[in-house]
Design a binder for this molecule. Structure first.
Ligand SMILES: C[S@@+](CC[C@H](N)C(=O)[O-])C[C@H]1O[C@@H](n2cnc3c(N)ncnc32)[C@H](O)[C@@H]1O
Length: 326
């Protein structure tokens, strides 16, 4: 088993800068995939012209956004700043979506600070043209908690729509078998219970997802160096429910490239953005690895392991600062 840890890149500018020479992206680079039609743009999600350039004449049927929100110090003014910033990329998303399309946004709610930025964000969405559709909670297997409060195990996902988009209800069925009988109902004069009436022996995910494991270093899809990776299974569920084969889907904050891999697996085109060239490079490398080896990530290794091995400066840096040996 490979063991090449890479510390969180967002917390270490020096390490990030040491990796930059290995990246094919700089600000405003747009990589266009000749094989499946994906696009990766290194730029700002609030730069309307850049996003337009990335999309060219195309429009998406689905947007899945996972913006960074942990930079907020939760002063009121910081929340306001986050909301004003979010309004910009939400408006750009609206313009780049087709008439009938879906928007999903992952967002946190700090329970010590009036559930911000989620609560302010929900209010802001009220002022846009999107219609609210569902409020999904994904349950983490591992949580963090104290003896004085409920253990925190949730991740919030907001679902909005523009027009009347496609929704594939079959994508909702989990692998969890139904075990509870009951809920008798009179159907054509006969008393039936819920197991007989339903279309599947398995339970529907509904808007509380309990069957998805959050990413950690023992999973194949793990990408060391990334700090906010969403599980592929969650993104695949969204894509399967709210888009069709060959549709364009988009993600303005790609980070580890989860949406890109999910789109590749499910035969959709993914137009995606990250402001950071290192995360654009990681996403592209993840796609290349998936095509080469069928692997969805590096498990306990990382996308730059080979370069680090032959770069004395990075090796020394990792050893000195983190006691990591290559
Ligand atoms: C929470 S992570 C997204 C995680 C992603 N869903 C995944 O599964 O890997 C947020 C990403 O947004 C990027 N980002 C921050 N500000 C941005 C901006 N203004 N425009 C585009 N990307 C931005 C960060 O570099 C980071 O990689």
């Amino acid at each position: 088993m490979l063991k090449h840890p890479l510390p969180r890149l967002d917390k270490d500018d020096e390490l990030r800068n040491l990796l930059l020479p290995y990246c094919r992206f700089t600000t405003n680079t747009i990589w266009i995939d000749k094989k499946s039609g994906h696009r990766i743009g290194c730029g700002n999600a609030t730069d309307k012209n850049f996003v337009k350039k990335l999309f060219d004449k195309d429009k998406a049927t689905l947007a899945i956004h996972d913006p960074p929100y942990n930079f907020i110090a939760f002063q009121k003014s910081d929340v306001q700043h986050f909301i004003e910033w979010s309004k910009q990329w939400i408006e750009i998303t609206y313009e780049q979506l087709k008439e009938n399309s879906s928007l999903y946004i992952w967002l946190g709610a700090d329970q010590k600070n009036n559930f911000q930025p989620l609560s302010a964000f929900i209010e802001m969405m009220w002022t846009t043209k999107f219609k609210s559709r569902s409020f999904i909670t994904m349950r983490n297997q591992r949580g963090f908690g104290t003896q004085k409060n409920w253990m925190s195990v949730r991740q919030e996902l907001l679902y909005y729509t523009k027009g009347k988009p496609y929704f594939n209800v079959n994508a909702e069925y989990t692998e969890i078998p139904k075990v509870l009988k009951g809920y008798y109902k009179n159907v054509s004069g006969k008393l039936t219970e819920n197991m007989e009436r339903s279309k599947s022996g398995n339970i529907r995910a509904g808007n509380v997802w309990i069957d998805i494991q959050q990413v950690f270093y023992r999973m194949e899809e793990n990408v060391n160096g990334c700090y906010a990776q969403k599980p592929l299974k969650a993104i695949e569920r969204i894509i399967s429910a709210s888009s069709k084969k060959n549709d364009v889907i988009c993600d303005f904050f790609v980070h580890s490239g989860t949406s890109l891999i999910a789109a590749e697996k499910l035969i959709r085109k993914c137009f995606t953005i990250d402001i950071d060239p290192v995360f654009c490079e990681i996403s592209l490398r993840r796609l290349e690895k998936f095509r080469r080896e069928g692997k969805t990530g590096w498990q306990n290794s990382n996308p730059f392991a080979e370069e680090i091995k032959s770069d004395k400066k990075i090796r020394n840096y990792l050893l000195k600062k983190y006691k990591i040996e290559y």
